[in-house]
Design a protein around this ligand. Structure first.
Ligand code: DAK
Length: 255
């Protein structure tokens, strides 16, 4: 297995573990990532953290050696496989955080883009260099990057294939923070700022925001009305509002 699923504190930790190839994504590894996401979401983990083995790379992208000399139909299926696996993170019942501990190129950045949050180490370098190979991103990058950083910046990154350092990635909103010190420990602290709240409410919030970009404002407001009403009906909402009135901390039960 080149993908390890372990638990770390109250989280599931998925480690891309192929350091000799800078954790490059073969199709087998993409499948294993999908299995690991599925397995993580049926545990009591409160979030999924992703990291890359070794001290150089989160993930250097698709396995370029494997990509060559494949029939076109296989390529299309490969693209759809990567998209489907990374899209599992959109609908997973728990949030996900990419801990970008070095290079995150191509498919590696696309995996990070599919996560709910991204944190980077100061030595992180990210980019979508597919154009340099005569390709374009195939695992969601052309769709998720402009949604995150805007069309102009995304086009420039995708059409030049240039490398973006951690400081710039934070400045343009591509990562939520650059972390000095132990990325995993800092990632845990960051993630807890979110996961201390009710998981159902967090899922409604993610769903509402995710759907906002694909629909008109009028439709989006209906989605928000639906999901905020659903959140209101949870026991956690009752607990949260009662705790406010009683001037105490809420005790959420994820229900
Ligand atoms: N694939 C395969 N092997 C890789 C790799 C990759 N992406 N990246 C690195 N490696 C391997 C190297 O070949 C080397 O192996 P050996 O030669 O030792 O056997 C080992 O990892 C260490 O790499 P380097 O020696 O190159 O290490 P450096 O520190 O010097 O350089 C680097 C690090 C990250 C700057 C460099 O390795 C690099 O530029 N890597 C490639 C980055 C990249 O271009 N990634 C792919 C982007 S394209 C699709 C359509 C499109 C895509 C996918 C599917 N379909 C239609 C299905 C596109 C996806 C992409 O991700």
């Amino acid at each position: 297995m080149a993908v390890d699923l372990t638990s770390y504190e109250e989280f599931a930790l998925i480690t891309l573990n192929r350091p000799e190839a800078l954790n490059a994504l073969s199709f087998r590894i993409i499948g294993e990532i999908g299995d690991a996401i599925d397995a993580a979401t049926v545990t009591d983990a409160r979030a999924i953290l992703f990291t890359g083995a070794g001290d150089k790379a989160f993930c250097a992208g698709a396995d370029i050696k494997e990509l060559r000399n494949r029939p076109l139909t296989d390529q299309r299926q490969g693209s759809e496989l990567g998209q489907a696996v990374f899209s599992k993170l959109d609908t997973a019942p728990i949030p996900s955080v990419a801990l970008i501990n070095g290079y995150a190129f191509g498919g590696g950045l696309e995996l990070a883009l599919a996560c709910t949050f991204r944190l980077a180490s100061p030595n992180a370098k990210v980019g979508l260099p597919e154009i340099k190979l005569g390709l374009i991103p195939g695992y969601g990058g052309t769709q998720r990057l402009p949604r995150l950083i805007g069309e102009a910046r995304a086009l420039e990154m995708i059409m030049t294939g240039r490398t973006v350092d951690a400081e710039e990635a934070e400045r343009v909103g591509l990562v939520h923070g650059v972390v000095d010190g132990d990325l995993l420990e800092e990632g845990v602290t960051f993630t807890r700022r979110v996961t201390r709240f009710s998981l159902p409410a967090l899922q409604f919030a993610r769903d509402a925001v995710r759907r906002a970009t694909g629909i008109s404002l009028t439709e989006g407001l209906k989605v928000e009305a639906d999901l905020s009403t659903l959140a209101y009906r949870t026991a956690d909402a009752e607990e949260g509002m009662a705790a406010f009135e009683e001037k105490r901390k809420p005790d959420f039960k994820d229900a």
